[in-house]
Design a binder for this molecule. Sequence first.
Ligand SMILES: Cc1cc2nc3c(=O)[nH]c(=O)nc-3n(C[C@H](O)[C@H](O)[C@H](O)COP(=O)(O)OP(=O)(O)OC[C@H]3O[C@@H](n4cnc5c(N)ncnc54)[C@H](O)[C@@H]3O)c2cc1C
Length: 417
Amino acid sequence: MTQQRTNGHRVAVVGGGVIALCSAFYLQRRGHQVTIFEEATVGSGASRGNGGQIVTADPLPAPGMVRDALHHWFSPSSAFYVHPRSLFELAPFLGRFALNSNSRAYLDAFNKLDQFNRVRAVLFDELAEAGIGNHFEATGNLRAFQVRETALSDWQAARRLASLGLTQAPGEFLGPADLRALEPSLGPAAQWGFLRSDVRFGDPSKFVDQLHQHLSENGVTINEDSAVTAVAEKKGSAVVSQQGNEAGFDQVLIAAGLGSTKLLRRLGARIRMVPGKGYSFTVLPEVMPTYTVLLGEAHVGATPLDATRLRIAGTMELGAGANGAMQSRIDRIAEAAAPFLGGVDWADIREQWSAARPMTPDGLPYVGRVGRSERIFAATGHNMLGLSLAPATGQAIADLMSGTADDSSLAAFALNR
Ligand SMILES: Cc1cc2nc3c(=O)[nH]c(=O)nc-3n(C[C@H](O)[C@H](O)[C@H](O)COP(=O)(O)OP(=O)(O)OC[C@H]3O[C@@H](n4cnc5c(N)ncnc54)[C@H](O)[C@@H]3O)c2cc1C
């Protein structure tokens, strides 16, 4: 589609999560007058309590997922759980997810995310210079397992990705003594593992607050408690509707996480996105790990947020029926994580949180133009990678909306792919 430069126009951004905030950041930088509409408060979706890891782009549908499905997916204590009573509703998603769970599709998705991210690898550094995310640590991700074969297979997979140029080479394979020497805070279940240095981490909530503050100080209007009920193109403008109220803009970006589906459907755009619920909490360890740690067989991440708080995050729960399950889920995560970490009082669990990730069946987000519209765009479906991909997404969509990039730059993430 032909592009026109639209710098200096009035742009509405629907949503106040990390994708919307980073998009607003780059739109404002491109000279647009930006207004954000958030239905609750900024960061109230999945953007604050998440694992806080900035990772290389690793898509979820991966080889072996279908085999795992038969063993684990329907067990309520599993880290990846599908509610049986949602099976009918989830069937189209799960069918496509299964089709994408093979080496070829996995590497193809990895490659697309890598190309997208790699050219924008400097963005977290640039944001840090502006005081946004300057607390993120870059010591890396220690992957710790109980069973040698499981650790070895994870290490070999990391080496394969590195040999294809998709990630940095992992560190050497470590046995119990070396692993403990590297990270003394590990518990008895952490026996084998290795270090991946291409991961940053920190408190995602602080990142949201810093973005919020920067945008407010730089002229972006942020409306909280402002649910958008519809977006439409009318008489040469893009209209944002709220209860009893309509406002016209030159362009609108729908970046409302899971809430995007409904708004897009009203525009005739059907995307495939389902909620994938996850949980987190913080504990106060005697010795804070130096790294963010994957507690391998527990399928749980442990991320130092600051000097005293260690965030424990995990579980992918697809489908309805999760309400009321919070305490049992948190207990399961704590129970699975405990043997991997020493010096933690697991009775003192704080900041319990849960949210749903916007999951897509091919592990790729939707970023681009809505249909053939000149005025309405979308950025959603970031799966387990929203924090990691937020600056790249924000910059890419701002370039498309400003006319400095064309649709082909985002073909891999097209809404109608
Ligand atoms: C347990 C867990 C751990 C995770 N760990 C990581 C990690 O370590 N690294 C990583 O990169 N990612 C991680 N993620 C994924 C990441 O949190 C998400 O991908 C990301 O938050 C998605 O951002 P978003 O802005 O698209 O959506 P959200 O953060 O959900 O924001 C969407 C916002 O839109 C608002 N909204 C919805 N509908 C409307 C409407 N109609 N009008 C106005 N506003 C609306 C909502 O209130 C919400 O605030 C994790 C997720 C979970 C649950």
